[in-house]
Write a new protein. Structure first.
Length: 301
């Protein structure tokens, strides 16, 4: 079996790809690699200035557009501004272990950005999507032992940043599974996949982190063991371009999925709970006001 590398990606000429959070880290590498393969890549970023700086380092056709995943108004504006087919949507942006901060719509920042923001964006873009939705999760999805659907925004219980992060990453996988089920039920050619970077060198946790010993230790350990952004982006690129089935989950194939060439990997039992995935979808629709836009084909009587 041939090991997947950036050189394995086929020509992307004529394809339009949206990558969220693409001004740094694995998002920037993902955007840069796909642009170099001939795709027209839209860098969907909160900080347009940083996005333009990142785009200036890339070869190929790129465009920077503003998108704040912590603000449903911004998400709707971004989606409304796209009137062309989108071949691949890469839901990459995320935040990790911040203090308790709320989005513009009152959601806990990690759940609101990492899950609800991408949930809303994906459903708003689905009528224009032609190929694939890739959502970046994490091995952190294994942290939570449950998903409290009655208090996803940490309004009733003491806030625990790492647990909240794990729940948002678990939500990414439940979202991918339910999205794939719905796409298949409607006969859509679009597929949904997910990926995680392993232990990747990233500034994800640096901008927002609690001043607690365990958080500093976690980030320090991650930095010491991390692979490069280039290697960390490979599972995302694999999930976006390889010939794999819907609801596939890609990650590093090495020890404990921390490093190594991309491969299809497993997920926690909780992430495979179809009933939980459906309930999370219903709650997400209620919270965002955004629903699945495709209709199930009618069957003959």
């Amino acid at each position: 079996m041939t090991t997947f590398a950036a050189s394995s990606i086929p020509p992307m000429t004529g394809r339009t790809i949206v990558v969220t959070g693409s001004n740094s880290g694995i998002g920037r590498v993902t955007a840069r690699t796909l642009a170099a393969k001939g795709a027209r890549v839209l860098l969907a970023v909160r900080d347009v200035g940083k996005g333009r700086s990142a785009a200036a380092t890339m070869t190929g056709e790129t465009e920077v557009r503003h998108l704040d995943l912590a603000d449903l108004t911004s998400i709707r504006a971004f989606a409304a501004g796209l009137d062309e087919p989108v071949d691949i949507l890469v839901n990459n942006a995320g935040v990790m272990v911040p203090p308790l901060v709320r989005t513009a719509d009152g959601f806990e920042l990690q759940f609101g950005t990492n899950h609800l923001g991408h949930f809303a964006l994906t459903n708003l873009l689905l009528p224009r999507l032609t190929g694939r939705v890739v959502t970046v999760s994490s091995n952190g999805h294994r942290i939570p032992r449950t998903l409290d659907l009655d208090d996803l925004n940490w309004e009733r219980k003491p806030y625990r940043a790492l647990q909240a992060y794990g729940q948002s990453k678990l939500a990414n996988l439940l979202f991918t599974a339910e999205l794939q089920r719905r796409l298949a039920d409607t006969g859509s050619p679009v597929i949904a996949t997910a990926a995680h970077p392993g232990i990747a060198s990233t500034n994800l946790g640096h901008a927002h982190n609690e001043d607690r010993r365990w958080t500093r230790l976690l980030l320090s350990l991650t930095g010491r063991l991390a692979q490069s952004d280039e290697d960390g982006a490979l599972p995302t690129l694999y999930a976006a371009t390889a010939d794999i089935p819907g609801n596939s989950y890609a990650g590093p194939g090495g020890f404990q999925e921390g490093r190594g060439a991309p491969a299809l990997v497993g997920r926690s039992g909780l992430a495979q709970d179809d009933g939980l995935a459906r309930r999370l979808w219903a709650v997400s629709e209620e919270l965002t006001g955004v629903t699945f836009p495709l209709r199930t084909p009618r069957t003959s009587p």
